[in-house]
Design a protein around this ligand. Sequence first.
Ligand code: UDX
Ligand code: UDX
Length: 466
Amino acid sequence: MIDKIKNICCIGAGYVGGPTMAVIADKCPHIQVNVVDVNQSRINSWNSEDLKYLPIYEPELAPTVKRSRGRNLHFSTNVEEKIREADMIFISVNTPTKISGIGAGQASDLKWVESSARQIAKYAQGETIVVEKSTLPVKTAETIKKILSTVSNNNKEIKFNVLSNPEFLAEGTAINDLENPDRVLIGGENDESINYLKDIYLNWVEKEKILTTNLWSSELSKLIANAFLAQRISSINSISALCEVTGADIKEVSRAIGMDSRIGGKFLNSGPGFGGSCFKKDILNLVYICNYYGLKKVASYWQKVIDINDWQQERISSIIVKNLFGTISSKTIGILGFSFKADTNDTRESPAISICKDLIVEGANLQIFDPQVSEDQIAIDLESEPKKVSENDFDNFGWISCNDIYDAAKNADALVIITEWEEFKKIDWQKISNLMRPPSWVFDTRSIVNKKIVLKNGLNIWQIGN
Ligand code: UDX
Ligand code: UDX
């Protein structure tokens, strides 16, 4: 029997594994926490002297890492050794949507979860608790259990217990979400293992907030929480289009319905469509599972949440083209924000990607600025290299990245706000108006700027749902 959890290993030093382990290490100085990853350069960044080079931008992450790193929080690529030493192992690897084979485009690709389970089976010693942290399709724990018992050859010395403990943190507020969770969910079959994990959370979370369920309820609840949140966004986004044609204002509508305590005010901000690593992937997964079990109507119901999201993104590029006299060929467009939401450098499924690609296809020159996203990342996402800037090559469409808001606005015919970064709410519109080429347009896809001030400075403005 495990006496007490003294050593934790987390496989995957990404957006989930990194911040989650940083908070566990911070709250539990008596536990050694080892985060391992196959990606050496990512590990190097986690270990960088200057905390500004951590691989993830997340408010409060750097001071949290600083308090524990080297004391009881360690980042390395020693997967084998750290698995061997651990009493409890979290699987926090990525589970992207499959791109080929059965379930392509919908099912999650579990190859990294599977390879993590194989590594655990091979190297773990004694009794080990394996915790699924990654969002996984229902019944994945079954697969993990099977791999653990067959690969470890049913060796009597080695015993595994599998728990599901999905992460509900949102990027941009991860540290606060981890420190003050609405709830912690632990699914499992073995009370003793559940209690070991519960004891860790009890170091900082009230016991009333720790829910225990069976494995399948826990796995499914994570998918459903994300599906419900995404559904709210698609619902409000669908109404944004209706507001634009009727003269209603989406912000007023959101406020009015959100004050109904049965509806609630959160997640009613209309925008360019949801992005991020989870929503789309999890709903596709839900659709796949429903189809698998023959629930066609349920599958098509949830598919609609994704359809509205794709439509919202396409709608924005067409509105831009339409307002710029039906053509943007050789026009310059400043893009403000490339991450999928504010306060993160993550661009996975960011609406900026499809909007920028559409504008480039239409022949535009984009001047992109994001406070945290690097030029290299933009190049990966847009699948093209930045243009070599020379003053007179505006006939060639493409993109460049800029150092600030005003650089992005220089000589631009339009400025498109895609991410709701705080600094975009404080733009000096007079300065912008002097930099842009008239008749200049501002497209505010998050409805965050003061329309009156923009108009007063001689600019035209389109705002979502207005
Ligand atoms: C998370 C969750 O775990 C996933 O379920 C959720 O639905 C999306 O977000 P995240 O932490 O954001 O994943 O992914 P990512 O930032 O890509 O980090 C995963 C890390 O695992 C990467 O650094 C990758 O190198 C590492 N990895 C992957 C391994 O160390 N070993 C592997 O076999 C595979
Ligand atoms: C989400 C869930 O919130 C989190 O619980 C889960 O663990 C992972 O997935 P995340 O994707 O990091 O978190 O961010 P979230 O704040 O949920 O935003 C997702 C997307 O929805 C973003 O593109 C955001 O801009 C958009 N959004 C959110 C809106 O368009 N309007 C809103 O009102 C809220």
